[in-house]
Design a protein around this ligand. Structure first.
Ligand code: ATP
Ligand code: MG
Length: 472
C-alpha cells in the first residue's frame, strides 16, 4: 500500500474517533487524557510501517542553505521532469540550460535496488521574529523521504549516499565552468563557453566512440582508482598536423565531462618550483592542457641535436653550462625540465584532489622524448589526422545541413588521394552568403582538392628526379 493511501485509511479511522474524543475530553480528567494521547501515538507508529526523514532547506543557527537539500533538489530534478505535474524552472549557473525542479507539495516515486521510496516537497510558513526584507525567508521548504521500515539500513546508508553523490554530480555539471591560463605563477580565469562537442567533431565514428567511452569510464572510476591505490588521473597525448582538431577535441572533452580547463603555458613558467605551485592549485574535475609540448620545452631529441657544435664544445669544457643548456628551452627563459614535467605527471601532487585529465598536444610526436610518450605515462595516444570521407560527411551535415549529394562520390575519391585537414575542408564549407547554395561550396572544395592533388604529384616528381642516380 502506498503511504498516501495508508494516510487516508488511518485518517478515516481517526475521524470516526473524533466524535468520541470530544465526548471523552468533556467527561474525563486531563491526566487520563494525556496518557491516552501518548499511547494512541505509539499505536499509530506501530501500525504505520513507514519511516519519514525530513531535509530542511535552511539549517543550523545561522540558517545556512543545507547542502543535503540542494543535492536532493538536483537529484530529484530528472525524476520531477518525468513525474511531477507542477514544476519550477530556473536558469542554471552556466547560463546555458534550464533546470527543472518539483514545485511545492508535489510527490515523486523513486526505486533503488528494487525498493520503492517516495519523495515529497513541502513548505511551512515561518512566523517571522524580525522584520524581513526578503520574502523568501518567510517560507521554510523541505523534502520528505518516506520508505518502509524494513529497508531502514539500506536507505539510511547506501541510498542516501547515492542520492548525495548523484545530486552533487548534477550540480557540478550545471555549474559555470572556467578556463584558467597562467600568467607567471598565477592562474587567472574567464568563463569557459566553447561550443565544440563530440557530435560536431569530425573524425572516424568508431574511434570517436572509443574516446567518448574512455572518458566516461574514467569519470566514473573514482572507486576503482582508490581500490587499486592509484591517483585518479589520466594522460592523453593528442598528435597530428595543424588544423586536425586537437584543440577542438580538448574543448569537446571539457564539455562532455563538465570539467574546468587549465591551459598551462610552460614558457611562462620560470622553473620547476613554479610549475609545482601552479599544479597544486588546480582543482579536481579539470583538464590540464599543455599545447604544442614540443615547442614549450627542450623535450625533443631533434632539438638537442640541433644545438650548435660550438655550444656542445663549450659544454664539454664546463659541465655546469651543459646542465643549464639541458634545462633551458630554445631561446626561452623557462627552466622547467623534462624531469620536472615527469614529476608533474607521476608525482605525489597528482593524487591531490583527483579526477584530472592531463592532455598534451603536438604536431610532431616522433620528435618527443621517449620518456614522455612511453605507455603508462600518457595512457592514451590519439592521432588526429587528415580529413577522411566519414569526417567530411559530418562537416557537410554540420555546415551545409546535407547528408548526401551527387558530388559526394567525387569528393570521396579525391579525399583518398589528397591530404587536406578538417580545418581546410570546414573553411570551404563555411557559408559565405545568406543564400549560399551547397553545390557552390562543394565545388569550391573539389577545386581545392584537385589543386592539392596536383601539387602533391609535382612534389613527388621533383623528389623522384632528385633521387635519380646521375650517370657521369
Ligand atoms: N576534426 C575536426 N572537426 C571539426 N572541426 C574541425 C576539426 N579539425 C579542425 N576543425 C576546425 O578547424 C579549426 C582549427 O582546429 P583546431 O584548432 O582544433 O586544430 P589543431 O589540431 O588544434 O591545430 P594546431 O596543431 O595548429 O593547434 C577549428 O576552429 C575547427 O572549427
Ligand atoms: Mg591547437
Amino acid at each position: 500500500m502506498k503511504p498516501g493511501d495508508m494516510f487516508t485509511y488511518i485518517g478515516s479511522i481517526i475521524a470516526s474517533f473524533m466524535f468520541f474524543w470530544a465526548m471523552f475530553e468533556r467527561y474525563f480528567p486531563s491526566q487520563i487524557i494525556k496518557q491516552f494521547e501518548k499511547y494512541s501515538q505509539r499505536l499509530v507508529t506501530t501500525i504505520y510501517p513507514y519511516i519519514q526523514i525530513t531535509f530542511h532547506e535552511f539549517t543550523g543557527e545561522r540558517m545556512m542553505r543545507s547542502e543535503a537539500y540542494s543535492a536532493i533538489e538536483n537529484y530529484l530534478s530528472s525524476k520531477a521532469s518525468t513525474q511531477a505535474k507542477r514544476l519550477k524552472g530556473d536558469i542554471a549557473k552556466n547560463n546555458q540550460s534550464l533546470v527543472l525542479s518539483m514545485d511545492d507539495h508535489e510527490e515523486v516515486a523513486d526505486e533503488f535496488n528494487g525498493i520503492k521510496l517516495w519523495w515529497a516537497s513541502g513548505k511551512h510558513a515561518m512566523k517571522s521574529q524580525s522584520i524581513s526584507f526578503n520574502n523568501m525567508t518567510d517560507e521554510k521548504r523541505y523534502y520528505k523521504l518516506t520508505f518502509h521500515k524494513y529497508h531502514r539500513d539500506m536507505i539510511l546508508g547506501t541510498y542516501l549516499n547515492y542520492v548525495m553523490k548523484e545530486g552533487n554530480d548534477i550540480k557540478v555539471k550545471n555549474r559555470q565552468r572556467k578556463l584558467y591560463t597562467n600568467n607567471g605563477s598565477y592562474w587567472s580565469h574567464v568563463v569557459f563557453q566553447h561550443p565544440a562537442t563530440f557530435q560536431t567533431l569530425a573524425m572516424e565514428p568508431k574511434e570517436k566512440e572509443l574516446i567518448i567511452d574512455d572518458l566516461i569510464t574514467f569519470s566514473k572510476s573514482g572507486e576503482f582508482y582508490a581500490g587499486i591505490g592509484r591517483a585518479w588521473k589520466r594522460g592523453y597525448l593528442l598528435y597530428g598536423p595543424p588544423g586536425t582538431g586537437k584543440s577542438t577535441m580538448i574543448a569537446a572533452m571539457a564539455n562532455l565531462l563538465g570539467y574546468d580547463l587549465y591551459d598551462l603555458e610552460l614558457t611562462n613558467v620560470k622553473d620547476n618550483t613554479e610549475l609545482r605551485k601552479l599544479l597544486i592549485e588546480t582543482s579536481s574535475k579539470s583538464i590540464i592542457v599543455i599545447e604544442d609540448i614540443d615547442c614549450s620545452l627542450d623535450l625533443t631529441g631533434q632539438r638537442r641535436k640541433k644545438r650548435g657544435k660550438r655550444e656542445e664544445e663549450e659544454e664539454e669544457k664546463d659541465p655546469r653550462q651543459k646542465q643549464q643548456g639541458m634545462e633551458e628551452s630554445d631561446g626561452k627563459n623557462s627552466k622547467v625540465t623534462l624531469s620536472g614535467l615527469l614529476n608533474f605527471i607521476d608525482g605525489l601532487w597528482s593524487a591531490c584532489g583527483g579526477e584530472r585529465l592531463i592532455v598534451f598536444t603536438t604536431n610532431y610526436v616522433e620528435k618527443l622524448d621517449p620518456a614522455l610518450v612511453r605507455k603508462g605515462r600518457m595512457d592514451k595516444h590519439i592521432e588526429l589526422s587528415y580529413c577522411g570521407f566519414e569526417a567530411f560527411k559530418l562537416l557537410a551535415k554540420n555546415y551545409l545541413k546535407i547528408e548526401s549529394h551527387h558530388l559526394f562520390g567525387t569528393i570521396c575519391e579525391l579525399l583518398k588521394e589528397t591530404k587536406i585537414t578538417p580545418a581546410e575542408v570546414a573553411e570551404h564549407l563555411m557559408p559565405k552568403t545568406s543564400s549560399g547554395d551547397a553545390e557552390l561550396y562543394l565545388k569550391s572544395l573539389i577545386q581545392a582538392l584537385q589543386l592539392a592533388k596536383e601539387e602533391a604529384n609535382l612534389k613527388y616528381e621533383e623528389v623522384a628526379t632528385k633521387s635519380e642516380p646521375t650517370l657521369n
